[in-house]
Design a protein around this ligand. Structure first.
Ligand code: CA
Ligand code: CA
Length: 248
C-alpha cells in the first residue's frame, strides 16, 4: 500500500496532502478542537484496506480519521488527561490485530484494540522527516523522459524540438533510413547506447539545449525525406535517447 497523503499538524487542524498534486485531500483539514500532540500514526485500523490517520490531543482524545476526513465509528477514544505522546500502533497482544497506544502527560499509557489486521503493509514506517533519513526534504519529481517532436511540414520548413534534455548541454539529432537497434560504436560520445535507428544512422546536427533542457533543430526537408527518414535525438551529456519519429 502506498500512502499518498501526509498529515501535518498546525493550529488545531490536521491536514492531509496528496503529495502528487500538492493539494489538501477532500474532507480535510480535520478540526480537532484542541491541540493535536506528537505525530500521527497512519494505519488501517478498521480493516477496509485504506489507511487511517490516528492522532492524540491535549484534551485527551484519540481520533482515528479515514481518508475522507470522517472519524471512524467508535472514535474518539477518551483518556483522563492530556496526551502529549502521539500515537503508536502495533500488535502488542499477538492476536494479529493492531492496537493503538497513547500516553497521558501524568504518566498513564492507554492501549485500545482495533479490528485492523496486523499485516506488514497496513502500517507504514513513520518517517517523520519525509524519508528514512528524516531529511525533511521532499523528493523531486524525476526528470521528464526526453521527447522529440516535429513541427512544420514535409516537404518544407520543419523544426525538430526535444525536451527533457540536460540544460545547456549538447543534443545530437540523428537520422536513418530505417528503425533498428544500432549500438553507438566505441570512440563516439555515448558509446554502447542502443539507438532506435538502424545502421544507416548519421548525425544531422548537434545543438545545445537551453537552460530549460529544450533543443531545437531547424531544417528544410526535401520531398524524398518525407515518409522515408526516421529521426531520433540523444542527450550527449546524459546519453538518454528520445523516441524515434518518422519524418512526414
Ligand atoms: Ca481504514
Ligand atoms: Ca493485537
Amino acid at each position: 500500500m502506498t500512502v499518498n497523503y501526509r498529515p501535518t499538524q498546525g493550529l488545531d487542524k490536521v491536514y492531509a496532502y496528496n503529495l502528487a498534486t500538492k493539494t489538501v485531500l477532500s474532507g480535510w483539514p480535520f478540526d480537532v478542537w484542541s491541540w493535536p500532540k506528537g505525530y500521527p500514526a497512519i494505519t488501517d485500523i478498521d480493516n477496509d484496506n485504506l489507511q487511517d490517520v490516528c492522532i492524540a490531543t491535549d484534551s485527551g482524545e484519540l481520533f482515528a480519521i479515514a481518508y475522507d476526513g470522517q472519524v471512524l465509528n467508535g472514535f474518539p477514544k477518551v483518556m483522563h488527561a492530556a496526551s502529549i505522546s502521539g500515537v503508536a500502533v502495533g500488535d502488542i497482544d499477538g492476536d494479529n490485530l493492531f492496537e493503538l497506544v497513547a500516553s497521558t502527560s501524568d504518566g498513564w499509557v492507554y492501549a485500545w484494540d482495533t479490528t485492523g489486521a496486523a499485516l506488514p503493509e497496513r502500517a507504514d514506517w513513520p518517517m517523520r522527516g519525509v524519508n528514512a533519513r528524516y531529511t525533511g526534504v521532499q523528493p523531486q519529481s524525476p526528470p521528464a523522459a526526453p521527447t522529440l517532436e516535429m513541427l512544420g511540414s514535409c516537404p518544407g520548413k520543419a523544426r525538430f524540438k526535444t525536451t527533457g534534455m540536460t540544460p545547456n548541454k549538447n543534443v545530437a539529432y540523428l537520422y536513418a533510413k530505417g528503425i533498428g537497434s544500432f549500438k553507438v560504436p566505441n570512440g563516439n560520445p555515448c558509446a554502447g547506447i542502443v539507438l532506435g535507428l538502424n545502421q544507416s544512422v548519421a548525425v544531422a546536427a548537434i545543438v545545445s539545449a537551453d537552460g530549460a533542457g529544450i533543443a531545437k533543430f531547424d531544417v528544410r526537408l526535401p520531398s524524398n525525406a518525407c515518409g522515408n527518414i526516421y529521426m531520433q535525438a540523444i542527450d550527449l551529456n546524459a546519453c538518454n535517447t528520445t523516441d524515434v519519429i518518422l519524418i512526414q
